[in-house]
Design a protein around this ligand. Structure first.
Ligand code: ADP
Ligand code: MG
Length: 232
């Protein structure tokens, strides 16, 4: 199995203010699949993503990604794991404001010996004409496309997306979803998408519903819809 989370438990704080955020999360994902994680605010979705991404530790349980058990790594090896295996996309893009589109992507290009071809990636993401602009000169959708390019330039095996369309209008959200779908098909990137948008489940191979720090429902779609055909 490409990704396995076994009985992951995590609390924030201690004593009276201790909040149990993950209550024994179990979940598997095969390589090259798209998985959507749904659930109410505060249910633990981002925490699950951050645990898989090696940004947060767990109190007990195991997380294994592509043969690496992250829960047993020291901080240096955890940094290598994030560098070598992962791309991250967030709701608010997190671009470096004083670097151009191309420079934002190049920052991550240098992290690997085997980057994707930057010109091809700029073309795939429709960024060629914007490559010399700064983030403030771009629309939200263009900024998110830059963030996706930055995450993908390392050709990561796993792309972790936390509310990737959360700040975007309908039309731009659809564009971003179509882009993620084409990236999944072109590069075989495994993706986990945390979202409030219920419709994204229709373009996902696997759907996971989280409530109060546990997975209350999960299923695999036998047939998935194309991103261009989903509506909400
Ligand atoms: P979701 O992404 O589903 O909205 P989160 O995973 O962000 O949920 O948060 C789950 C719970 O953990 C919430 O109750 C939140 O307040 C709490 N939480 C998240 N991060 C921290 C933190 N760094 N310190 C304390 N509590 C946190
Ligand atoms: Mg969240």
């Amino acid at each position: 199995m490409f990704l396995e989370v076994r009985d992951a438990k995590k609390a924030y704080g201690q004593g009276d203010i201790k909040v149990q955020v993950l209550n024994g999360v179990n979940f598997n994902l095969e390589e090259k699949k798209i998985c959507t994680i749904l659930g109410p605010s505060g249910s633990g979705k981002s925490t699950i993503l951050n645990v898989i991404g090696g940004l947060e530790s767990i109190d007990s349980g195991d997380v294994t990604v592509d043969g690496i058990t992250t829960s047993s790594l020291n901080s240096k090896d955890l940094a290598f794991y994030r560098r070598d295996k992962l791309g991250f996309i967030f709701q608010f893009y997190n671009l470096v404001p004083n670097l151009t589109v191309k420079e934002n992507i190049e920052v991550c290009e240098y992290l690997t010996k085997t980057p994707l071809d930057i010109e091809e990636l700029l073309k795939t993401l429709g960024l060629c004409e914007h490559q010399d602009k700064f983030p403030r000169q771009l629309s939200g959708g263009q900024q998110q496309r830059t963030a996706i390019a930055r995450a993908l330039i390392k050709n990561p095996k796993l792309l972790l997306c936390d509310e990737p369309t959360g700040a975007l209008d309908y039309k731009t959200s659809k564009e971003i979803l179509e882009l993620l779908e084409s990236v999944n098909r072109k590069y075989g990137t495994t993706m986990i998408i945390v979202t409030h948008n219920d419709a994204i489940k229709y373009m996902s191979h696997k759907v996971v519903k989280v409530r109060d720090g546990i997975i209350e429902d999960e299923y695999e779609n036998e047939a998935i819809m194309e991103a261009k055909d989903i509506t909400w």
